[in-house]
Design a protein around this ligand. Structure first.
Ligand code: ADE
Ligand code: ZN
Length: 340
């Protein structure tokens, strides 16, 4: 790869999957302001640059406060369609071939926005993404771990009515003080419904939350998981069982999980043999979409084009796409490399 521009073009054209992106976290300030006006929802930002200037976070909670406030502008089915469509349009431009977006229904239902409206808008855009761009998707519903178990149970019961449209459940929001064990019953029920299970664990919380998510929630994939390196026995287990970790480098720096990208453990995780993927988390808030994350870690950690290909292959392997779709996407990588 001769130069920087060539490397960037390589990464953007490389077929990839994105497995850790919160659809509400793709709400760009310009759309946020437009929806605020359309829905007569007051926002504390007079313009786009004021919104961006406010995006400085001390930790996960300081981000969540602002992120939930931003989500308040989402009111109608069309709003959820527009939000999702804006994301998939960008995804198509950077050759993302498969996506597994999260959504947080409780954030909307608790403000009186019906579950059915939220999911209809998101799914309609995902269907159009398949038709227009050939992007496949699996939608994952997250429970907010700082709300009650009863609220999560109620949310799962509602989701069950849309069973065939939701591929899995996840667990997000404020991690510390809300260990995975709190949600044992609701994850058991989700498993009984045949849903995939994932959980944010080991982002701000300790490595023991990763172990808990595996042992108690029976998750198939860990979101973030960067704190696993504190526990060598856990690392060996993750390697042996090929449990994927959806790592979000720019997010980790923005939320001060690590001081800088140079100190990010992604390369150490790859070297340890972990099945790591790179993802954007909340790209509208953290300053970069998927390719930006690949490029940022490549630069900071001196990763090669071959490392980029490994990460892209991992993203398909770690996905919930069926085997045929995985094989097609992996073959797309091979075909892409053959042209280089
Ligand atoms: N919700 C949106 N982004 C999140 C993150 N990085 N951690 C936990 N919950 C989230
Ligand atoms: Zn996340």
């Amino acid at each position: 790869m001769q130069d920087r521009a060539g490397f960037a073009e390589f990464v953007r054209s490389l077929p990839k999957a994105e497995l850790h992106v919160h659809i509400e976290g793709t709400l760009e300030p310009d759309l946020m302001l437009a929806l605020a006006e359309r829905n007569h929802q007051p926002l504390p930002y007079p313009d786009v640059s004021a919104a961006r200037a406010a995006y400085r976070f001390a930790d996960l909670q300081s981000f969540l406060d602002l992120y939930y406030r931003g989500a308040n502008v989402l009111q109608t089915e069309q709003d959820f369609y527009d939000l999702t469509w804006a994301y998939v349009t960008r995804a198509a431009q950077e050759n993302i071939r498969h996506i597994e977006p999260f959504f947080d229904p409780q954030t909307h239902v608790q403000r009186g926005v019906p579950f059915g409206l939220v999911i209809a808008g998101i799914l309609h855009a995902l269907e159009d993404a398949h038709e227009d761009f050939g992007i496949t998707s699996k939608l994952i519903m997250c429970f907010l771990r700082d709300l009650s178990v009863e609220d999560a149970e109620h949310t799962l019961a509602t989701a069950h009515l849309y069973q065939s449209r939701i591929a899995g459940v996840g667990l997000d929001s404020a991690e510390i003080g809300n260990p995975p064990e709190k949600f044992e019953k609701v994850f058991d029920q989700a498993g009984a419904y045949g849903l995939h299970r994932v959980a944010h664990a080991g982002e701000e919380g300790p490595a023991s939350y990763i172990t808990g998510a595996l042992d108690v929630l029976n998750v198939e994939r860990i979101d973030h998981g960067v704190r696993c390196l504190d526990d060598p026995v856990l690392v060996q287990r993750l390697v042996d069982e090929r449990i994927p970790l959806t790592v979000c480098p720019l997010s980790n720096v923005k939320l001060r999980v690590f001081e800088s990208l140079a100190s990010h453990p992604l390369r150490r995780m790859m070297d340890a043999g972990l099945l790591v993927t790179v993802n954007s988390d909340d790209p509208a808030y953290f300053g970069g979409y998927l390719s930006d994350n690949y490029l940022a870690v490549a630069e900071a950690l001196d990763l090669s084009p071959l490392d980029m290909v490994t990460l892209a292959r991992n993203s398909f392997e770690a996905s919930f796409a069926d085997e045929k779709r995985k094989a097609t996407c992996l073959a797309e990588i091979d075909a892409f490399l053959a042209t280089r």
